[in-house]
Design a protein around this ligand. Structure first.
Ligand code: SAM
Length: 295
């Protein structure tokens, strides 16, 4: 028997012609919620992985790369981080990272899928590490679209940790003018909106460029940054938006004291990492400058 037949495989297809095969040694959960297909599997290299609609959301081995990159640049640059809003973020790791800073008085997380949240509590407790039970956490199971339309609070930092706006994804309706306006209206003056903004890999760079191009219609500073996420087998991009702060200009004097104030140790993020993830290669800068397509 060929060696590979001893394994079950989780195959993540990035595009019709590109895929990554992970050998699975345990299936913790496989099923459907009202909104999406959910898988939680164990793999040799990355440990447990959460998969939604066939796309890896995060892995035990490297989720801190993704979540620290998503949360800390914006939190380090924000003038006011008392009230933070998270859109999506079902695993609870974005919430965990936000709650590490002592300035945070309230962290509101709005995820549409109660099944993802409950399954994450059961199987992926290493991600949330009790943050769902933190008295500063306000966890709302509901559509971020509806929440943003009805809420009238202001937040110093808004973090979008939604699934990618692909066809059939419950996050797809959130990528429209009305929601971009609502998010901006929910930001406190000088606040920062940061979003996970799809791959910076060649197979779908145009989606990231389209997000950045769209957001330039709403904010003075729209800055892309990216890092390699090994479990995604991809470079992953983020966008930070603000009228007051350009996160690309943040450096050691702001970042080092911010990191010292965090509870526990960072895995990925510090001033040197910040400089690296905000330094974009020429092909990416060109793709961003040349993109004309908007949502
Ligand atoms: N790391 C991720 C990735 O690679 O795409 C995103 C992580 S997180 C698991 C994405 C979350 O967005 C999911 O828990 C999903 O339920 C949530 N979500 C999708 N559409 C949503 C909506 N309309 N309102 C609120 N949450 C939504």
């Amino acid at each position: 028997m060929p060696k590979t037949e001893r394994w079950q495989w989780y195959v993540e297809q990035f595009s019709p012609t590109e895929e990554h095969h992970h050998a699975v040694d345990r299936v913790y959960y496989q099923g459907h919620s009202q909104f999406q297909e959910i898988g939680i599997v164990g793999t040799r290299v990355f440990g447990k992985m959460l998969i939604l609609d066939g796309d890896t959301q995060s892995s035990q081995a490297d989720e801190k790369i993704y979540h620290e990159a998503l949360v800390h640049p914006a939190m380090a640059g924000a003038g006011d981080r008392a009230d933070v809003l998270i859109l999506g973020g079902g695993e609870g790791a974005t919430l965990r990272e936000v709650l590490r800073h002592p300035d945070v008085r309230r962290a509101t997380m709005v995820d549409i899928d109660g099944d993802v949240v409950e399954l994450s509590k059961t199987y992926l407790a290493e991600w949330s590490q009790e943050s769902f039970n933190d008295p500063k956490a306000r966890v709302i199971i509901g559509d971020a679209l509806k929440f943003l339309a009805e809420d009238d609070d202001r937040y110093g930092v808004i973090i979008s940790d939604l699934t990618e706006p692909l066809e059939d994804s419950p996050s797809n309706p959130l990528f429209c003018d009305e929601v971009f306006r609502n998010i901006k209206n929910r930001l406190a003056p000088g606040g920062i909106y940061v979003l996970q903004a799809s791959t910076a890999g060649f197979h779908n760079l145009s989606l990231h460029a389209k997000m950045a191009r769209t957001l330039r219609n709403y904010y003075e500073h729209v800055v892309s940054y990216y890092t390699h996420v090994p479990a995604f087998d991809n470079d992953w991009a983020f966008i930070a938006c603000s009228d007051g702060v350009n996160l690309a200009h943040l450096d050691e004097p702001e970042i080092a004291p911010y990191c010292r104030e965090l509870r526990g140790e960072n895995f990925f993020y510090d001033a040197e990492t910040h400089r690296r993830i905000f330094a974009l290669p020429l092909y990416l800068r060109r793709a961003l400058a040349e993109s004309g397509e908007t949502f």
